[in-house]
Ligand binder design. Structure first.
Ligand code: FES
Length: 586
């Protein structure tokens, strides 16, 4: 089904610029002072370009060139492009964690769109949190929007090996700690690992979110995996600008695209790429902005019927740019067609089925067929049990098979400082069967739910050749991470969740096939311990941190703010007191 939106909508921007009165005068004059002429102001669709370019975010350094290409497309289609900056978030530099600020960036994007005379917006983003923040903000603003993700960086090269920007670092760091790599080699790796602009080159969170943005129908087909420095990305940017003018005229809003069917398509894609567990949080939060119910268990159900098709690190061997060589996300969705809602509308104005018609696969080692997948079931599983009453997540595709059913004694770390102080202590009471537990690392506890969930293997075990252990936390994990790592345990210990009741030596049972995560301690004893355990002090008493603590939800609600979720009957898509009513009373 193709969207039929023949009747052009009244442009939102006309409320600012059309009135022949003082206010119209003032608004037009604001643009005249930028040098725009009558021609530019004569009722053209105004297209905002939300640019997350920042010299603090190396992945986004090419965004000014992309924004320039978007402008070319907007102008060629008869629109007026106005670029504006937003907060940007760097996985590498922003402390304590970008997740603390994802919701802040989404509010920045939402309020800039809502308060400005825009008929549509192009979202230019490309590090882990910038893309979900932009999608969430645009969904809440309700103005037509189209996303342009930044593309992956080129692979690094280290001693004759092609390397990625994350997974190889974790492996080499273990090698360094185990004495298998010298400090000199490690320094050489540091210089080689990120050879240019673009997002991390594996199926980390940024590649995952780029893939899901396309699967959601919010970016152009075939756009996600085109490398950052590939000239075709400039052409895609131009085409995105051109399409932005059309969606402004059609009035095609995010809520028209981001339906339950679209979100389920994204979950299917997430499972098929063995994507980042962070995407679970982002998709739930995005659904919450639209009033769409996307419970955690839906991820499990969809993953259980979806094979892993992409052979990309950390679950496989290749890098994200190789998916482009194999046919891109269009080809991936083509392979997944029997599992998708093909009738879902996309930002092209066409359905998913129409977008992927005729898609071909050019490299079957990178992108496997449904009947001969990389792994028979999807990359993630949702666990429940006495240790995670509201759920926990494991990326089973990147775990050690033999640890997916495991019972072992707990060794507990109370926060990251305790972990760092003790993990390499030669006297640490740990064996390969030990279950490492980190608490105080959730949305409120850390705060911000940092990517601390891939706890390092204790040095003394690394020296014995141990490469993986069961690790459990209320934290997140980098999308490039791997191991038998249970994440997002909810409720977190800082709000009284059962992780807080675990003592050293308690037996913990992990059974991924049964979807269980249990603390093998009598429930009365767990209740007694929790009643005696004081909740942590509030780490922020003023500013954004304090607001965050007042409003952030748990992982099973996507760690969004309660006040940012959709409230039926309270849609607020326009600034209050916008011109018409105000002027008529002037
Ligand atoms: Fe930006 Fe990985 S650090 S995408």
């Amino acid at each position: 089904m193709t969207a039929s939106r023949e009747a052009p909508v009244t442009l939102r921007s006309s409320r600012w610029f059309a009135p022949k009165d003082l206010f119209g005068f003032l608004h037009r004059t604001a643009l005249r002072s930028e040098g725009f002429s009558d021609i530019a102001l004569s009722g053209r669709p105004v297209i905002g370009i939300a640019n997350s370019h920042s010299e603090l975010v190396s992945c986004n350094l090419h965004f000014d060139a992309l924004a320039a290409a978007v402008k070319r497309g907007v102008q060629a289609a008869g629109g007026l492009a106005l670029e504006f900056p937003t907060i940007s978030l760097s996985e590498m530099l922003t402390k304590p964690t970008t997740m603390l600020y994802r919701n802040l960036m989404s509010m920045d994007v939402e309020e800039m769109i809502r308060s400005s005379p825009l008929d549509a917006v192009v979202l230019v983003g490309g590090c882990d949190k910038t893309v979900p923040a932009q999608l969430m903000g645009a969904a809440s603003a309700g103005v037509p929007a189209i996303a342009l993700t930044g593309g992956p960086m080129q692979p690094g090269s280290f001693r004759g090996r092609r390397i990625g920007a994350g997974t190889d670092i974790w492996r080499c760091t273990d090698d360094l700690r185990a004495g298998r790599m010298s400090p000199g080699e490690y320094a050489e790796l540091e210089a080689a690992t990120r050879p240019g602009v673009g997002h991390c080159s594996e199926m980390g969170t940024a590649s995952t979110m780029a893939t899901l943005t396309e699967a959601l129908g919010m970016s152009l087909p075939g756009s996600a995996a085109v490398p950052a420095t590939d000239a075709r990305r400039g052409a895609l940017a131009e085409e995105t600008g051109r399409r932005a003018v059309e969606i402004a005229q059609e009035g095609l809003r995010p809520a028209d695209i981001l339906t339950l069917e679209a979100l389920e398509n994204a979950v299917t894609a997430l499972a098929a790429i063995a994507g980042s567990t962070n995407a679970v949080l982002h998709l739930i939060a995005l659904a919450g902005r639209l009033g769409v119910d996307l419970p955690l268990d839906r991820f499990d159900r969809i993953a259980a019927r979806t094979p892993v098709l992409t052979n990309i690190q950390p679950a496989g061997e290749y890098l994200f740019e190789d998916l482009q060589r194999a046919g891109g996300v269009t080809a991936l969705l083509g392979e997944l067609a029997p599992l998708l809602h093909l009738e879902a509308l996309t930002v092209t104005g066409r359905t998913v089925g129409e977008n992927i018609a005729g898609a071909e696969v050019w490299d079957r080692d990178v992108l496997r067929p449904l009947d001969a997948p990389l792994q028979p079931v999807g990359g993630l599983a949702v666990l429940r049990g006495s240790l995670a009453p509201d759920g926990a997540v494991i990326k089973a595709s990147a775990a050690t098979e033999g640890l997916l059913a495991h019972r072992g004694p707990a060794l507990v770390f109370d926060g990251i400082d305790d972990l760092l102080d003790r993990i390499d202590d030669p006297d640490l009471p740990v064996v390969a069967d030990t279950v490492l537990v980190l608490r105080g690392a959730g949305p409120k506890g850390a705060p911000g739910m940092p990517e601390w969930g891939m706890l390092p293997i204790p040095r003394k075990l690394l020296a014995q050749g141990v490469t993986d252990m069961v690790r459990i936390s209320d934290a997140r994990m980098s999308g490039t991470g791997y191991g038998t790592v249970v994440l997002h345990t909810a409720p977190e210990s800082a709000v009284g969740g059962p992780l807080g009741a675990v003592n050293d030596g308690d037996e913990i049972l992990l059974d991924v096939s049964a979807r269980r995560l249990d603390l093998c301690v009598a429930p009365q004893e767990v209740s007694r311990r929790l009643a005696q355990r004081p909740l942590p002090d509030r780490p922020y008493r003023r500013g954004y941190g304090s607001i965050y603590l007042d409003h952030v939800l748990q992982a099973d609600a996507g760690a969004d703010f309660d006040v940012l979720r959709h409230r039926p009957g309270e849609a607020e898509t326009e600034p209050r007191g916008l011109l018409e009513g105000w002027i008529s009373g002037w």
